[in-house]
Design a protein around this ligand. Structure first.
Ligand SMILES: CC(C)[C@H](C(=O)O)[C@@H](O)C(=O)O
Ligand code: SF4
Length: 469
């Protein structure tokens, strides 16, 4: 009998092409997603060396970071740098024979939303993209992670990647989530617990009753933010929820092929007794809705809490950095979170821009009005999410409440287009990063779940969604 293995061990072994004595490995890559920001030099590299894309059918390109989200975006992009990146991807995709979704294609959207939507992302695969949040795809029980531009070139040319194996971490989330508490709160709580460096050198497997109970959307939210916890990737073993989601997706296997695939996918789980180098446990039943207060995703607290006092941190460098964060955020220790007023709300991103997120928002805001002091926008994660939301009439609910309903893209998650905070503006955001300047120069970001962002838009300040009516 061979030793029990983790899911990560299994996918790794199944894709190993070569292993050197020092542990340097060559991995076969099943899927390569490409966006306009990290691919131009990679294609240029191929062009200069006269090489082709090795497996165009395993490569999918889309524009997302730089695209405007205004209704008139088909008129073109004003910012030159953004325009060039977008135009260049169209040129590169055509020249190298790679399927490409332009900003005028209904299938366009954030790269990590369209992969699963198209059935391009499937269990057991190795999936890469020149983007850190590629970890999202791990929700399907695939090994998915971000790569740098030179690696993008390597994968385009060879369909392989040079890697060293990471360690195994298990994050076990038991218990049942209380009403109003979501996948976003789980992952923010995990990062609060392990810190932004806690996952360094690991691939995390999320397991436990609370994870099993999540929809695919919720699982993607969790895996998405693995990178904020420092991990190389995050994954969740596939199950019936996964198979149901995949069935009928454009590129998913069908009929007999699907049955065979599912039989294989069912083997994709960690063996009983498999060794994890680190185990973290959390009880979902005890989790509150969570709000970030600082400039790192580990700076999190319960909505019922107060802004912490950095003076209570024994370690000097950390103390100083958390004071700086409070200064940047314009917050004072001891302020109740529910007394923090906000100026902007951003609902979207590859963390929370899927249909389930928009449904959660609609439920909170239906029949209500955005506070007069707040400017709130909703950016669907893809054209298909937008279409689905409109079919369900969610757009009408949003517009009636005073939300701005936009075209799909990364948008104010990172402010590479015109959607950005003004200096000093405070935003309740469903995205994943709250670094200084992330949503605009001197902008202040609070990371929350979609329902919490929606409620804050109506109230004008954070509220405990559990008490919402
Ligand atoms: C632009 C891209 C390289 C970047 C990333 O890798 O994550 C972006 O998507 C982000 O979220 O900061
Ligand atoms: S939505 Fe945000 S986090 Fe996701 S890929 Fe785009 S910029 Fe990166």
């Amino acid at each position: 009998m061979s030793a029990p293995r983790t899911l990560y061990d299994k996918i790794w072994a199944d894709h190993l092409v070569d292993e050197q004595a020092d542990g340097t490995c060559l991995l076969y890559i099943d899927r390569h997603l490409v966006h306009e920001v990290t691919s131009p030099q990679a294609f240029e590299g191929l062009r200069m060396t006269g090489r082709k894309v090795r497996a165009p059918e395993k490569t999918l390109a889309v524009v997302d970071h730089n695209v405007p989200t205004s209704p008139d975006r088909h008129l073109g992009i004003k910012n030159e740098e953004s325009r060039i990146q977008v135009e260049q991807l169209a040129i590169n995709a055509a020249e190298f024979n790679v399927e490409y979704y332009s900003e005028n294609d209904k299938r366009q959207g954030i790269v990590h939303i369209i992969g699963p939507e198209q059935g391009f992302t499937l269990p057991g695969m190795t999936i890469v993209c020149g983007d850190s949040h590629t970890s999202t795809h791990g929700a399907f029980g695939s090994l998915a992670h971000g790569i740098g531009t030179s690696e993008v070139e390597h994968v385009l040319a060879t369909q392989t990647l040079i890697q060293k194996k990471a360690k195994n971490m298990l994050v076990q989330v038991d218990g049942q989530l209380p009403a109003g508490v979501t996948a976003k709160d789980i992952v923010l709580a995990i990062i609060g617990e392990i810190g932004t460096a806690g996952g360094t050198g690991y691939v995390i497997e999320y397991a436990g009753e609370a994870i099993r109970a999540l929809s695919m959307e919720g699982r993607m939210t969790i895996c998405n933010m693995s990178i904020e916890g420092g991990a190389r990737a995050g994954l969740i073993a596939p199950d019936e929820t996964t198979f149901e989601y995949i069935k009928g997706k454009p590129r998913a296997p069908k009929g007999e092929a699907l049955e065979q695939a599912i039989a294989y996918w069912k083997t994709l789980k960690s063996d009983e007794g498999a060794h994890f180098d680190r185990v973290v446990k959390l009880n979902a039943a005890e989790l509150p809705p969570i709000v970030s207060w600082g400039s790192s995703p580990e700076d999190v607290i319960s909505v019922q809490g107060v802004v912490p006092n950095p003076d209570e941190i024994p370690e000097e460098t950390k103390r100083a950095s958390k004071w700086r964060a409070l200064d940047y955020m314009g917050l004072k220790p001891g302020t109740p979170i529910t007394e923090i007023n906000i100026d902007r709300v951003f609902i979207g991103s590859c963390t929370n821009g899927r249909i389930e997120d928009l449904r959660a928002v609609a439920k909170v805001v239906e029949g209500k009005t955005v506070a007069s002091t707040v400017n709130a926008m909703i950016v669907p994660g893809s054209g298909l999410v937008k279409e689905q939301a409109e079919q369900e009439g969610l757009d009408k609910i949003f517009k009636a409440a005073g939300f701005d309903w936009r075209e799909p893209g990364c948008s104010m998650c990172l402010a590479m287009n015109d959607d950005r905070l003004k200096p000093g503006e405070r935003c309740a955001s469903t995205s994943n990063r709250n670094f200084e300047g992330r949503q605009g120069f001197k902008g202040r970001t609070h990371l929350v779940s979609p329902a919490m962002a929606a409620a804050a838009a109506i109230a004008g300040h954070f509220v405990d969604i559990r008490e919402w009516n």
